[in-house]
Design a binder for this molecule. Sequence first.
Ligand code: 5GP
Length: 116
Amino acid sequence: MAEETIFSKIIRQEIPTPLLYQDDLVTAFRDIAPRADTHILIIPNKLIPTINDVSEDDELALGRMITVASKLAKEQGIDENGYRLIINCNKHGGQEVYHIHMHLLGGQPLGPMLAI
Ligand code: 5GP
């Protein structure tokens, strides 16, 4: 059984964080340390530690993360100029919180895809 992270507490609102979106499958809220003018995290409500741990049972939630990203990008007015969706995995991917999350980044030019 994977260990819960702070994100499970945010989903359940045990740590009050303004939510931009929530349904039965996913939750979205602003990143606490934004790396761009718009920086939103979209996460499955189910605790899945990394992308290595997904199964076919998760496809509905994983697909919902994309449709919610598209909806939020429009709401935030960044859809026309564009944005970036990122999911980090494990150490080399720079993952810090072990509950899958998709970063929605935009509101400004984001530069090259990678800065290694
Ligand atoms: P990772 O590096 O795992 O892909 O990204 C984790 C992200 O979660 C980081 O961008 C970090 O700022 C964000 N984060 C960590 N703790 C919290 C929190 O308690 N609240 C919010 N809103 N974001 C958090």
